[in-house]
Design a protein around this ligand. Sequence first.
Ligand code: GUN
Length: 288
Amino acid sequence: MSAQIISGKEVAAEIRAALREEVTQLKEQGIHPGLAVILIGDDPASHSYVKGKEKACQEIGIYSEVIRREASITQEELLKMIEGYNKNPNIHGILVQLPLPKHISEKAVIDAISPEKDVDGFTPVNVGNMLIGDECYLPCTPHGIIELIKRSGREMEGKHAVVIGRSNIVGKPVAMLLLQENATVTIAHSRTQDLASITRQADILVVAVGRAELIRAEHVKPGAVVIDVGVNRNEVGKLVGDVHFESVKDVASFLTPVPGGVGPMTITMLMKNTVDAAKKLARTMQKQ
Ligand code: GUN
């Protein structure tokens, strides 16, 4: 068997084209969606992710402000900056790129973002609403993963989904969203014993551990849908996922590549959340 490759790039392009049209219409109604992206320090991966976000905003017609500051910024200065954007009527979404320098509390920064502008879906209000299944901003990578599985045409209901990884950004929320799609969900992590015996039970396998090519053919049930969230450099400097693509493609039925799989979907869901935030905030203003 050779897996069908799910091109996140193509799916993302379709969604972005629809968003571009929606933004054009919103602008005709006087609504100009705006996103503020705050980047602290000089982590090369973060700079590259932020460039991708800036480019996507341009492509769709979203106004963007990218604020780059040195790692020496104080927590107080950063919190003040966020407070300014919370009040700024031209900005509908605020994103602080993670990770942050060690002297800054991630929790304090996330808590400072107004939940109405939290297009990352990281604030406790949005995480809580996601858990309950209420209206909220869904975190971008987990939301992108669910969209990719849906568009592959594969059912989630009743299927056994195994998520490897328990981060707040991907592992925990994607497990919750799979549960909402009526999958039976297992979360595996770095302390899980006999990982292969668990992953081999998965009809849907989501891998978000940050270990280059950890998952190989022997970990995968024949016919499984495999979603690779990892972005790593292997020993020769090549960009690879958490899944060993060459061996797993002969076992899985659907497989996302790295690059060009989950990555473009993450940014696209951020754009969608920003457009939604602009629409919601405009509605709130009209009611006042
Ligand atoms: N760092 C890695 N992924 C993300 C993300 O989705 N959002 C933010 N803000 N930072 C990240």
